[in-house]
Write a protein that binds this ligand. Structure first.
Ligand SMILES: Cc1cc2nc3c(=O)[nH]c(=O)nc-3n(C[C@H](O)[C@H](O)[C@H](O)COP(=O)(O)OP(=O)(O)OC[C@H]3O[C@@H](n4cnc5c(N)ncnc54)[C@H](O)[C@@H]3O)c2cc1C
Length: 514
């Protein structure tokens, strides 16, 4: 075991983001995954703006923006006609990074590329079977009987997490909705490819999303079709129908529910079925074992929040764990990971479950709300802006968490301690223009006027080590800002090295600044 080495279990989006971010903080990291090789099919197809910012900060955005399709609308149809079009436009929260409609496989590919660039390798075909820990570290037994040791273990091993079970962490929750069928198909006679489409139907919701590429295959006839299919999902697939039977069944259901009688589906590149559960762990950390992503929370895929939340968990955890490993922060600081991320996961579970129930519920009240209340207001620009803003997670704030400014911060200027800081224009100390987020990614930032920035940066380095960058504001602000590696505001005020040191001392030692 390398001293301080972190073992990440799972090379999905959460584990890979965590591994890249830890490497950027200078931490030795080992990644294992039970799969023989990377997945070529994809569950997620949408990464909202906040997730795109995270990829950008850790240098894993690559050419994903070029791979993205620009279908940023959802047209909701009922009774065979379009009722409303929801537009996912600019959320106006100071991001240069709009949402991406790209496959999860492509995102994982860019994360793997970045991890390799940072010197990491992924050990495929390596399945964790058992976990034990003591005060000095964690021991993992692999399926083949071999043992691995690490100082810290992070379970990013998805919804059925072995690490979570081995750590004895409960995963309470409930089923939200019945079977769904998911198929990536080649189709003709479909609606406009400039957006996604949903059809409300008495037998269940059906959705179609244009896709650019599946399993490395690019085609303008590719669509993802999602069918709410109580009784048709697992049961249907368990009969082992051949591909043609699956295609015929999807075609029939698609025509029935959409009214598009001439739609033809020629083949399915991938078919999967799933049930929607909402579950949240009762602890994110047990000693030296931590959980992130789907291993810690699962919910409805509606709204595209799963990968987004996992990637955000990873970025939040990485800089905290790095400081603990460096001996610069206490475990109380590490516990701010759960304190900050649990409220967000709780909110995501609540909104995605409510949304799913509203869209699939069969009772007369739910139908009335869906058709007479929800549909008519969906097209309102103010509502669309609000929905996009919530889904983007750009407005997520840790203001109420132990490192935030608390309720009194409401009186201060924005951003307030705990808020995300927009991607501000600023200057490096040599005067060259840059943007705040481009300077983060493994570093804290001190943003302060020329006469104060050196002293403040030195004060921050005394507590944080070398992972701090000093920057000059792009405007005439006389304030100083300390920005965390995940772009949230640590503190702001007049340039005062003692105040900055006091904040860092409280945060790193007690995990609480109020
Ligand atoms: C139909 C569908 C559509 C979705 N659409 C979206 C969307 O549009 N946007 C969005 O943000 N989210 C979406 N999601 C959610 C998203 O796919 C997940 O939240 C995301 O994959 C979670 O990433 P993860 O890395 O935490 O876990 P996973 O992606 O599940 O990765 C876990 C990894 O751990 C490995 N592993 C498991 N057990 C072990 C073990 N014992 N030892 C070693 N390795 C192990 C697995 O092989 C796997 O590679 C969707 C989900 C579904 C089902």
């Amino acid at each position: 075991m390398t001293p301080g080495e972190v073992l990440v279990v799972g090379a999905g989006p959460t584990g890979l983001t965590l591994a890249c971010a830890l490497r950027l903080h200078g931490v030795a990291v080992r990644v294992v995954d039970q799969a023989a090789a990377p997945a070529t099919t994809s569950r997620a197809n949408l990464l909202h703006a906040r997730g795109v910012e995270v990829l950008d900060r850790i240098g894993a955005l690559g050419n994903l923006p070029e791979q993205s399709i620009s279908a940023m609308t959802i047209t909701v149809n009922a009774g065979g006609r379009p009722m409303s079009t929801v537009r996912f436009g600019d959320v106006g929260l100071g991001t240069a990074r709009p949402a991406l409609l790209v496959s999860q496989a492509a995102i994982e590919g860019e994360l793997r590329r970045r991890f390799a660039e940072l010197g990491g390798t992924i050990e495929w075909g390596t399945s964790v079977a058992a976990v034990t820990q003591d005060a000095g570290g964690v021991t993992v037994k692999l399926d083949g009987g071999q043992a691995l040791h690490a100082a810290w273990l992070i379970g990013c091993d998805g919804a059925h997490s072995t690490v979570r079970k081995q750590a004895g962490v409960a995963f309470p929750g409930a089923a939200v909705s019945d079977d769904w069928l998911l198929a990536d198909v080649h189709a003709a006679g479909m609606p406009e490819r400039s957006g996604s489409h949903g059809w409300l139907h008495g037998d269940g919701l059906i959705g179609a999303l244009p896709m650019k590429e599946v399993a490395g295959h690019t085609d303008a006839s590719l669509w993802r079709i999602m069918i709410y299919a109580p009784g048709m999902g697992d049961a249907h697939l368990d009969e082992h129908p051949d591909e043609q039977q699956i295609v015929d069944r999807i075609t029939t259901v698609f025509r029935e529910r959409t009214g598009l009688a001439s739609a033809t589906i020629s083949d399915a590149t991938w078919v999967s079925s799933f049930r929607i559960h909402r579950r949240l762990v009762d602890a994110y950390r047990v000693g030296r074992v931590l959980l992130a992503g789907d291993a810690a929370h699962i919910h409805s895929p509606m709204g595209g929040q799963g990968m987004l939340t996992g990637v955000g968990d990873a970025e939040n955890l990485a800089f905290k764990l790095a400081l603990v490993i460096a001996g610069r922060a206490s475990e109380a600081f590490l516990d701010t990971y759960e304190a900050e991320r649990r409220p967000l996961a709780t909110a995501v579970l609540r909104t995605t479950s409510a949304n799913t129930r509203l869209q699939t519920g069969e009772g007369p009240i739910v139908r009335f709300i869906r058709e007479k209340v929800m549909l008519p207001v969906l097209g309102l620009p103010a509502l669309q802006r609000w929905a996009t803003r919530v889904a983007s997670q750009l407005a997520v704030s840790y203001r109420r968490g132990p490192l935030g400014g608390g309720p009194l911060a409401r009186l201060g200027r924005r951003p307030r301690p705990g808020d995300r800081v927009a991607d501000l224009a600023c200057r490096r100390l040599d005067g060259t223009a840059t943007r705040l987020h481009a300077e983060l990614g493994g570093r804290w930032a001190v943003l302060a006027p020329a006469g104060a920035v050196d002293e403040l940066t030195a004060a921050a380095r005394a507590w944080l080590g070398g992972h701090v960058v000093g920057l000059l504001p792009g405007d005439a602000s006389s304030q100083a800002l300390l920005v965390r590696p995940d772009a949230h505001l640590a503190m702001r005020g007049r340039p005062d090295p003692d105040a900055l040191a006091r904040w860092l001392e409280a945060a790193l030692r007690q995990g609480r600044v109020r």
